[in-house]
Design a protein around this ligand. Structure first.
Ligand code: GLN
Length: 381
């Protein structure tokens, strides 16, 4: 038998819960992905790109018209000009972009600060590159960063801070003051920021997305990462991008060329041509309507719902329910999936130590009929 390099790594919670949901025929509000199709113009444009012969290796950093499309969107949304030639790279999804950034910058023993609860790929990706994860805590139930704690975690070995807003799994968003705090803490250091903004177009109640790209001081040290899969309802295409000032991006590309070399050509051309429709502008209203529909449908359930200010997730608390409060989040999620017929994700899966506030996460990127069925079932609790 091979001696495992990663004995502590199991199977990701998303695969586990989706498999369970499918085995028992539960409504899957666990893993985050839409159960509706993408815009037909997008599939037509990808098909057209294949027919036009865009089927060989594209440029290593991504096809120029797609990088130009990203630059134009970001300039108009966040007022920051990234040079498509030297500051934007197309990736095989945001997870690869995060992994490649860590591959490019983390040396053995380097410390990388992450905020818990934290998306489950960050910690393994840090360790795979010899880094040491250092944990800051977002405080339940508001999940606000504790800036004094973050300041205390900075050491001479700190190489990077990974941030994520809108936040998965808590559906919270950073405020302007958070970026100012981080900028102040990192001033006079060489610490790099990795900003996961894959839910940038899912922000609600009239609030704009606060991208690091808007923050001139922080942007100078930041890799900003996003995902076409999220913004265009095509999570299975695995296409995203990374943006950073040229010297940082040069380091990123050193790793990128030997990790994936380049990314699916027809999808890149198709997305590039689709970007001109600016469909992302309608996403906040589209997903806010889904959030509100779901929350109205579950309002009379006995679960207590936390607010969702961004992302396509919303969490519910069950600690006040005497019949269930003794169940851990993992037990409750399995019970809910198998007995009630609605799959969710236990928030404890996003912590490295057992932290369990009796909170589970639901994804509302679903058709109304799916959300309605899930709500009917949740009301039987
Ligand atoms: N980002 C999605 C989620 O949080 C799915 C991620 C995955 O399956 N790896 O549910």
């Amino acid at each position: 038998m091979i001696e495992s390099k990663f004995p502590h790594i199991g199977t990701t919670i998303f695969t586990t819960m989706s498999a369970l949901a499918s085995d028992v025929g539960a409504v899957n509000l666990g893993q985050g992905f839409p159960d509706f199709g993408c815009d037909e113009r997008l599939t037509a444009l990808v098909t057209e790109a294949m027919r036009a012969g865009h089927n060989q290796y594209p440029a290593m950093a991504g096809v120029p018209i797609l990088r130009e499309g990203v630059a134009a969107k970001v300039a108009s949304a966040y007022g920051k000009a990234y040079d498509p030639a030297t500051e934007i790279t197309i990736t095989a999804g945001a997870t690869q972009a995060i992994h490649t950034t860590l591959a490019a910058i983390v040396r053995p023993g380097d410390e990388v600060i992450i905020f818990e609860p934290v998306f489950d790929s960050y910690e393994p990706a840090i360790r795979m590159h010899g880094g040491v994860p250092v944990y800051a805590q977002l405080q339940f139930p508001d999940y606000r960063p504790d800036w004094q704690q973050v300041r205390s975690l900075i050491t001479p070995r700190t190489r990077a801070v990974m941030i994520n807003t809108p936040h998965n799994p808590t559906a919270t968003c950073w405020q302007q003051g958070d970026f100012d705090q981080l900028a102040a803490i990192l001033r006079d250091t060489n610490v790099v920021v990795i900003s996961d903004e894959v839910y940038e177009h899912m922000v609600y109640d009239g609030h704009p997305h606060l991208s690091v790209a808007r923050h001139a001081e922080l942007a100078e040290r930041t890799y900003v990462i996003s995902s076409f899969g999220k913004s265009y309802h095509v999570t299975g295409w695995k296409i995203g991008y990374c943006m950073a000032p040229a010297p940082l991006m040069a380091e990123f590309r050193k790793a990128h060329q030997f990790v994936v070399f380049t990314v699916n050509a027809p999808a890149q051309y198709g997305i590039a041509n689709f970007m001109r429709f600016n469909t992302h502008l309608g996403l906040p209203a589209f997903y806010q309507a889904k959030r509100d529909f779901f929350l109205a449908a579950v309002a009379s359930s006995r679960l207590r719902w936390l607010s969702s200010r961004g992302s396509y997730f919303v969490s519910a608390v069950y600690s006040h329910l005497p019949e269930y409060a003794h169940l851990s989040e993992a037990e409750f999620a399995i019970w809910l999936t198998t007995k009630i017929g609605v799959a969710c994700i236990p928030t404890s899966a996003f912590y490295h130590r057992q932290v369990d506030h009796r909170v589970v996460r639901f994804c509302f990127a679903k058709k109304e009929v799916t959300l309605e069925l899930a709500a009917e079932r949740l009301k039987t609790l």
